[in-house]
Design a protein. Sequence first.
Length: 238
Amino acid sequence: MQAYLSPEKLAGIFLSALLLGGCATTAPPSGDYRATMPSAYHSEAQENGSIYHAARDIRLFEDVKARHVGDVITVILSESTSASKSAKTTADKNQDTSIAAPTILGATPTFNLPGALPLSSNRNNTLESGLSASRAFYGEADSSQSNSLSGAITVTIADVLPNGNLVVRGEKWLTLNQGEEYIRISGIVRPQDINPNNTILSTQIGDARIAYSGKGFMHDSNSMGWLARFFNSPIWPF
């Protein structure tokens, strides 16, 4: 039993594949990048008659580096990547084989081809044979890419791991003219890598996720349309 698809169903399947291929684009990284707030602080009851008490947290010999959930760290963006790759392949093969006519008792044997050839034509043929072949292949590929990102973004500590490392994340939104741009970053920071001015380089963040993109018609004007994305997606068979 063979299933029959009507033209309407075929058109629906093709349209669905078209829409799926058009939607196959790189989406911005998902997740919550909002600032992490510290837990509520409950002050203890003050006890009169004492110079120092638990309600006053005063550290005289301690730096101001961020170390608690909710503290802020300034990340200095210093990203620069460059990659290039080139490949070239050439293959060539030539073959030429020739067998001369043998000489038997001082004479070269000949034979007459059967068929309705004109009597005036030369019907004497020798036993010479020849074979020649030539094959060639050429392929070349070249790829290069360069990226650079600089600036600064202040993030908050979202969690403190058991080994003392800090999980940080944050985002910055900028509204410029008719569009919006944002920077998002998350990763793991060692407290030893934090500078005395409470800053850290983005290259010192482990498992870093950095996203720089935007919204609005300025960003959309630089994006490929959904139909063009379909024809450039792996779904398109041609």
